[in-house]
Design a protein around this ligand. Structure first.
Ligand SMILES: O=c1[nH]c(=O)c2[nH]c(=O)[nH]c2[nH]1
Length: 300
């Protein structure tokens, strides 16, 4: 069998997971920003792959150094703005770079309370959610995704699951009152990259979580659809929402062997397996941008 010529397909490269901590110390009350940043460049890098010619290669070490230098020169601010600045630097500054994918996770810190007072320069990591952002650039085509992962939420009532088909393998009882718990991973795409990200991020996050609390759930699928719908209906600057939610099953423990009833009070919080419920929502008529979502790891 003849073997055809080998063709280099899509490729990107950069520095993954640059750990950046920036302390702002203009006053005795310090501020701390803690991020993990990934830069990946796309463009004319064929010669490096096919001939080992590095003339076009902006070294990943240089990319890492740029992250640190920009944190010193410009500060961090919102992760979205920080990544947009980095993206413009590489795309505008190097002819061979036509685009890239830039990712940041934000690790949140609170001030330690001492005698009821927030300390000036001592902090404790908070575990609420990890804010994330992806900036996707293809020449002048710029898309910004914001989101978070690891927001663990639970409702102790206000959740039902019934009416599903029963076959020879179905044992799950129908329920009109169950615990609903999940760890929300949410992403949304801004319609335009010119957003006041610091103001808008908490609005979208809080709306997603408030909707989880308020919807009387008939399924986790129903809940996540309503969460996404709430955002698209009230945030004109958001074009698309994607949610990925493991169903953290809380199984009612059978206490009958001990002569006890169990009126929805004692549960086994099961670890695995778990249902994994995911959905993408956009407005009718809006063109989705699958190439941007393809750069989001581990999602539908
Ligand atoms: O909200 C749910 N959706 C499902 O699809 C499902 N399947 C299941 O066993 N329990 C649940 N709960």
């Amino acid at each position: 069998m003849a073997v055809g010529d080998v063709v280099l397909g899509t490729n990107q490269y950069g520095k993954a997971e640059v750990r950046l901590v920036r302390v702002t110390r203009d006053t005795p009350v310090h501020e701390i920003e803690d991020l993990t940043v990934t830069t990946q460049l796309r463009g004319d890098f064929a010669a490096c792959h096919t001939a080992g010619d590095n003339a076009h290669v902006v070294a990943t070490d240089t990319q890492k150094n740029t992250v640190y230098a920009f944190a010193r020169q410009h500060g961090v601010g919102s992760p979205e703005r920080f990544l947009l600045r980095l993206a413009r630097h590489f795309v505008d500054g190097f002819e061979q770079v036509t685009g890239g994918r830039f990712v940041a996770d934000v690790h949140a810190w609170d001030r330690i309370a001492v005698d009821g007072q927030a300390h000036d320069h001592a902090f404790v990591r908070t575990g609420r959610e990890t804010r994330r952002t992806v900036v996707h650039v293809d020449r002048d085509d710029v898309h910004v995704l914001s989101g978070f992962t690891g927001a663990t939420v639970l409702k102790s009532t206000g959740s039902e699951f019934w009416g599903f088909p029963r076959d020879a393998y179905t044992t799950l009882p129908e329920t009109k009152d169950r615990v609903l718990a999940t760890s929300v991973t949410a992403w949304w795409r801004w319609a335009d990259p010119d957003v006041d990200f610091e103001a808008r991020y908490p609005v979208v996050r809080d709306l997603l979580l408030a909707t989880f609390a308020q919807v009387h759930s008939l399924a986790l699928q129903h809940t996540i659809y309503e969460m996404g719908r709430a955002v698209l209906e009230s945030c004109a600057d958001v074009a698309e929402v994607r949610l990925s939610c493991p169903n953290k099953h809380h199984l009612l423990v059978d206490l009958e062997p001990f002569g006890l009833d169990n009126p929805n009070e004692v549960f086994h919080a099961a670890d695995r397996p778990y249902g994994l419920i995911e959905a993408a929502l956009h407005r009718e008529g809006d063109a989705p941008v699958p190439h941007v979502w393809a750069s989001v790891p581990g999602f539908v």
